[in-house]
Design a protein around this ligand. Structure first.
Ligand SMILES: [Zn+2]
Length: 316
């Protein structure tokens, strides 16, 4: 808990005048929720018994809920944007949540090791869909795989395949849900294609690497000073020289946009944002987790991509 003193949901907490220390705490009511709204709520009725699925984090939980529809009871462990998944410490109740799991979905790549451990201990027979394994991403690589359009497709395919194996009677149902999910990604895919066509080769710098896979997908060039990016990836404090290099990159207008994770706090990102604003570099806000007010993965991503398109002068 060093770099930026990562504390998600700070803006909301501060707005309510909650003492800042509370924002870092989590309680059971913050976490472990089932999806009751969003696209999954509109899914057709299930012809058979739903599959119990446990998902580590809500970035994937939303997607799994849509793919499972009413044929999956999805429990997401870290479902609140006031909890930082990087620092998450599971409670005993979280362990219990895994006991009935018939399938488990985790991110992998060192992001949610606790979930793989709980799954192995509490639901050893449940197949695990691990996004890092599905995409061939090594431990230590950038773990923010839900920002990779390729990873989203591969994980969705693996989830559908896994659900169909567990519940063959619902195979046709899951196939329909899978194609509904593809349809629901059309605006997301259109925006990605438009940004790629209109802004390929433009440059960005980022306060942390959460958005990097998407930036690569739309062919933006990463100009984040290397020392700063390395410190951010290790959750350590950047050196004064790294911070100065970042601020100079912005004040010299060497980048077209600043990608800014709003779920962090501290003087470092604030100084960076101020430098971008005073130099007239557009700031594109992104988040690690699905923020309050978004009821689906797709709407969350589309909002962010729309902001990016606008900042890059791409007609969207
Ligand atoms: Zn992160």
């Amino acid at each position: 808990m060093t770099f930026f003193s990562r504390r998600l949901g700070l803006v909301a907490a501060a707005a309510l005048l909650v003492p800042l220390g509370l924002a870092a705490c989590s309680s059971d009511s913050d976490t472990a929720s089932s999806s009751s709204s969003g696209p999954a709520a509109n899914a057709p009725a299930c012809p058979t018994t739903p599959v119990n699925v446990v998902v580590s984090v809500d970035q994937w939980g939303d997607i799994v809920s849509e793919l499972g529809g009413k044929c999956a009871d999805v429990k997401t462990i870290v479902a609140s944007s006031s909890v930082d998944p990087h620092d998450y410490e599971p409670s005993p109740a979280d362990g219990a949540a895994f006991t009935d799991a018939q399938m488990v979905v985790v991110n992998g790549a060192d992001y949610d090791v606790w979930a793989s451990k709980l799954a192995a201990a509490s639901a050893p027979d449940a197949p695990v869909v691990n996004a890092a394994q599905v995409t061939g991403t090594a431990d230590g690589a950038n773990p923010h795989l839900w920002y990779s359009p390729t990873a989203v497709t591969k994980v969705a395919d693996a989830v559908t395949e896994g659900l169909s194996k567990i519940s063959p009677d619902a195979q046709a149902y899951f196939a329909t849900q899978r194609s509904t999910f593809t349809d629901s990604l059309s605006e997301y895919n259109d925006l990605i294609a438009k940004i790629k066509a209109g802004a390929s080769g433009k440059t960005f710098a980022a306060t942390e690497g959460v958005f990097d896979y998407m930036a690569q997908a739309v062919r933006l060039v990463d100009k984040t000073p290397a020392g700063f990016a390395a410190a951010a990836a290790n959750e350590s404090d950047p050196s004064p020289a790294d911070l100065a290099a970042f601020i100079k990159t912005l004040s010299d207008r060497q980048v077209d946009v600043l990608i800014y994770n709003t779920q962090t706090e501290g003087s470092t990102p604030e100084q960076i944002r101020a430098a971008a604003e005073s130099a007239g570099v557009p700031v594109v806000e992104v988040t690690e987790t699905v923020p309050p007010g978004q009821n689906s993965f797709e709407s969350w991503q589309v909002d962010q991509l729309t902001s990016l398109a606008k900042a890059l002068g791409v007609q969207s």
